[in-house]
Design a protein around this ligand. Structure first.
Ligand code: DAT
Ligand code: MG
Length: 139
């Protein structure tokens, strides 16, 4: 088993609610290592690259508007099977339905913005992880 890297984002709702530390602490406590960490308010250009797979979907515009609404904390975590491991920690996309014990299940709910406000992003494959890390942490 080779070590993987994944891109984790604490979205604007997580940062503005003061949950960055609590969220990153769960990932560290699971045993994954922070390899890079930054806070920034992403540009539309950056977000369009990051969410290219969702372009044209009904939630695409509201998603980008939400993501550019304030600071985001971007982290690269590394460890064996960290991509799957983080998505397991994050829980289901819809925070109302996400299982208790997960980040989205414990801290998230529907605030009237559908499921965009779900606190975190995690890469879903080795290919997306490398692509997304290149977007958020250009060499
Ligand atoms: P995930 O973040 O769990 O990988 P995704 O890649 O399918 O989910 O979608 C990216 C983000 O877009 C997701 O975190 C929240 C938003 N989103 C997805 N499906 C949505 C929907 N049906 N309505 C509103 N927002 C949605
Ligand atoms: Mg996704």
């Amino acid at each position: 088993m080779t070590t993987e890297r994944t891109l984790v984002l604490v979205k604007p709702d997580g940062v503005s609610r003061g949950l960055t530390g609590a969220i990153l602490a769960r990932v560290e406590a699971k045993g994954y290592r922070i390899a890079a960490l930054a806070q920034l308010t992403p540009s539309r250009d950056l977000l369009a690259k990051h969410y290219a797979e969702h372009e044209g979907k009904p939630f695409y515009e509201p998603l980008l508007e939400f993501m550019e609404s304030g600071p985001v904390v971007a982290a690269v975590f590394e460890g064996e099977r960290v991509i799957e491991g983080f998505r397991s920690l994050a829980g289901a996309t819809d925070p109302t339905a996400a299982a208790p014990g997960t980040i989205r299940g414990d801290f998230g709910r529907d605030w009237g913005l559908k499921v965009q406000q779900n606190l975190v992003h995690g890469s879903d494959s080795v290919e997306s992880a490398e692509r997304e890390i290149g977007i958020w942490f250009p060499a």
